[in-house]
Design a protein around this ligand. Structure first.
Ligand SMILES: [Zn+2]
Ligand SMILES: [Zn+2]
Length: 369
């Protein structure tokens, strides 16, 4: 806000009428520049709901957009509201929404797919080419006081699941979708490369899917100790040097003490993929979850002749009901992942993104609005 901003705000509020608050949101306006500014809501359509945001988490992709104004081929060209891991309370429901009522606490799935294309019709709506996804340009995100969203993408939370846990359904969905894609079950020995936020939610999901043994790998001792406390059977410290792969695969195999049936690479670097490909048993699966490098050189042939399947994932589909059930039943506890909390002032938003970007002991940074 420039000079006289306060006066202008007051005038705008007066125009809006008594009692009508101005909806504010965190806008990404330029590299390393987030500003809390007014955000005009679209009208609530018959199948929409208006939600008062209560908990919004910061994702690695949010930090990436803030630093670079882009993620892969998605480029921020105009100011965009950031944030996509969220939960809140319903304040208004469209006339056609029958499963939700004012006052319901809900977790929001961020992607609105077209429901018309072959991917949507085939049940893989996460691959929809006409997807409108929170905080993926040019679509606005959800770090705002209120947002309008389709009711069918809002999932009611049981009484014993908090709004913060509701917001955690988004990152947890990545782990759940990865475990589904890789067919993790009660007989699957699982290796997870990377103990960052996504590696940790994938660990929790693999456990909940019944994996009898989970080994996790990282370069950072603190992250590994967190992974141990969250239920990893073994945590193996590795280096960032490519020439160590052979020796590390041996240590990882020893830590598993049996076959590695599935490797979930939550880092996505040439070295981590190479390690996963070599460590996974013949006939097993490697699932690429993290996307550190866009292009990599990996020993694919030696994996191919052992019939190791390589699968990728893109976001998730149809994961909220299961995530909520896993939280409700206590099969998954995401609360230890929430390490930092902030309010929703300009200073809070700046500080929160700094803490999240710094990493170290920060796993999930959460806004309480
Ligand atoms: Zn996220
Ligand atoms: Zn579609």
């Amino acid at each position: 806000m420039g000079k006289g901003g306060k006066g202008a705000e007051a005038a705008a509020a007066a125009v809006a009428g008594a009692g009508e608050e101005e909806n504010m949101a965190a806008w990404l306006v330029a590299k390393n520049n987030l500003k809390i500014m007014p955000f005009k809501l679209p009208p609530v359509g018959p199948y929409d709901v208006r939600v008062r945001m209560k908990a919004v988490g910061i994702c690695g992709s949010d930090v990436h957009y803030l630093r670079e104004m882009r993620v892969a081929h998605f480029v921020v060209k105009e100011p965009m509201v950031i944030g996509h891991e969220c939960a809140g309370v319903i304040e208004e429901v469209g006339s056609g929404v029958t499963h939700l009522a004012v006052g319901d606490r809900v977790a929001l799935e961020p992607g609105i797919s077209c429901w018309r294309c072959r991917h949507c019709k085939g049940g893989r709506y996460n691959l929809c080419e006409d997807m409108k996804f929170f905080a993926t340009p040019p679509v606005h995100g959800s770090l705002a006081n209120q947002i309008v969203h389709p009711g069918d993408l809002c999932f009611k939370l049981p009484e014993n699941v908090s709004l913060e846990e509701g917001a955690m359904c988004e990152p947890l969905s990545v782990g759940v979708h990865a475990c589904r894609r890789a067919d993790v079950g009660p007989e699957t020995g699982v290796l997870i490369m990377g103990a960052g936020p996504i590696g940790l939610v994938t660990l929790l999901a693999a456990r909940a899917f019944g994996a009898p043994r989970v080994v996790i790998v990282d370069v950072d001792e603190h992250r590994l100790s967190v992974a141990r406390s969250l239920g990893a059977d073994a945590a193996v410290r590795v280096s960032a040097r490519a020439e160590d792969v052979g020796e590390e695969v041996e240590r990882i195999s020893t830590a598993m003490g049996g076959d590695i049936d599935v490797s979930l690479d939550c880092a996505g670097f040439s070295k981590t993929v190479a390690t996963a490909l070599q460590a996974t048993r013949g006939g097993g699966k490697v699932c690429l979850v993290g996307m550190g490098h866009n292009e990599m050189t990996v020993p694919l042939t030696s994996a191919a002749i052992r019939e190791v399947d390589v699968v990728g994932i893109f976001r998730y589909k149809d994961t909220w009901p299961l995530c909520i059930e896993l939280l409700r039943s206590g099969k998954i506890d995401v609360k230890p992942l929430i390490t930092h909390r902030f309010g929703f002032s300009q200073e809070d938003v700046e500080a929160a993104f700094e803490v999240s970007a710094r990493g170290r002991d920060a796993i999930k940074v959460m806004f309480n609005l």
